[in-house]
Design a protein around this ligand. Structure first.
Ligand code: SPD
Length: 371
């Protein structure tokens, strides 16, 4: 004979079973990962291989300035699980509590990260708690060698920055197309560095001097672009660019592959370019943080990291990736800077804050609009 409590017991077990299943479901994330990254910054098979390996579907969007990404993060609810700010911006985002702490127990491939790069990033992220390097490179000058030499009568200046910042050079290049990166945090620090000042400063007088010098070259800038200039260089409609090292190398590669006949070269200025590290982080309100950790760990696989560098010509942080890097990329001094050139680079602008951003923006807007 069944106890009078039998029905109650059956009901209680059913409720417990359902609650258990529900709990497990709540922990298991939807198989989706939303990534927001710079354009032209990934290999052709990176996403497809991750999807195959994990069953997670990737949605991939692009931006081309830190300003755009930062504004979204500050507004919140981006829907993104992985974002890739530059380290100086990531510092502000970490301080503003916009990025999650990484669960390092889910990142066994962190062991592949070069300790020298981790030490660099510890300056903006003490203990390397929030971000991991994606790729790194430098802001510099890129040229169409034949067109620039022809316009200048055969010789290049000793310091490549002169090409973009000295009116006597840039004025001769306007007719073959001159492109500047479209961001205050790129153009203004480059001019400050050229003038021998710290790339980041709170001294208003430095910005006034930078603006005067920038206004002197403004008439010769024909395009402001932080992504389209790659194709413009490759097809010959831009001969001089203030751009990023890897992008200029991508333009060179596209010109070769598409047989456009343009000879593109990234230069290393005598006084050094501006070093940057772009880093992977997980927004505080990311909908799929576990999938994001899987992505970071996947990227840190030596072959995956090497695939990025082979495609986009930026150095990766992975000390185990070297054997998988194509010799022509490994031997390109504008991808892996020789030690003496690296020593000359202006370090990352770790001190970026809202006051400096305001000074940069005001200077940049006045330069760009001519007002
Ligand atoms: N095509 C991707 C280029 C990424 C450049 N990020 C650099 C930011 C430097 N402040």
């Amino acid at each position: 004979m069944k106890s009078p409590f039998h029905h109650l017991l059956v009901l209680a077990s059913a409720v417990a079973l359902l609650a258990g299943a529900g709990g497990a479901r709540a922990q298991e994330e939807e198989k989706v990962l939303n990534i927001y990254n710079w354009s032209d910054y990934i290999a052709d098979d990176t996403i497809a291989n991750f999807e195959k390996e994990t069953g997670i579907k990737v949605r991939y969007d692009n931006f081309d300035s830190n300003e755009i990404l930062h504004a979204k993060l500050v507004a919140g609810k981006t829907g993104y699980d992985i974002v890739v700010p530059s380290s100086n911006w990531a510092r502000m985002q970490i301080q503003g509590d916009l990025l999650m702490k990484l669960d390092k127990s889910k990142l066994p491939n962190l062991k592949n990260v070069d300790p020298a790069i981790a030490a660099q990033l510890a300056k903006i992220d003490p203990g390397n708690e929030h971000v991991v390097d994606w790729l790194w490179g430098f802001t510099t000058v890129g040229i169409n060698v034949d067109k620039v030499k022809a316009a200048l009568g055969g010789t290049l200046p000793d310091n490549a920055w002169d090409l973009v910042f000295k009116p006597e050079y840039i004025s001769k290049l306007k007719s073959c197309g001159v492109s500047f990166l479209d961001s205050g945090d790129e153009v203004v620090p480059a001019m400050l560095h050229y003038m021998g000042k710290p790339r980041v400063t709170t001294n208003a007088a430095d910005y006034n001097q930078a603006l005067t010098a920038l206004k002197a070259v403004r008439p010769y800038v024909t395009l402001f672009s932080s992504s389209g200039y790659i194709n413009d260089m490759a097809n010959g409609s831009v001969c001089l660019a203030l751009g990023w090292s890897g992008d200029i190398n991508i333009a060179r590669q596209r010109a070769i592959e598409n047989k456009t006949g343009q000879n593109i070269q990234a230069l290393i200025p005598k006084t050094g370019g501006l070093l940057f590290f772009d880093v992977m982080g997980i927004p505080k309100d990311a909908p799929h943080p576990q999938n994001a950790l899987k992505w970071i760990n996947y990227i840190l696989d030596p072959k995956v990291d090497a695939g990025l560098t082979n495609k986009v010509f930026y150095a990766n942080p992975n000390k185990e990736s070297k054997p998988f890097i194509k010799p022509e990329v490994a031997n390109n001094p504008t991808v892996f800077l020789p030690a003496d050139e690296l020593a000359k680079m202006a370090g990352t602008a770790d001190a970026l804050n809202n006051e400096i951003r305001r000074l940069q923006n005001r200077t940049y807007t006045s330069f760009k609009t001519g007002l």
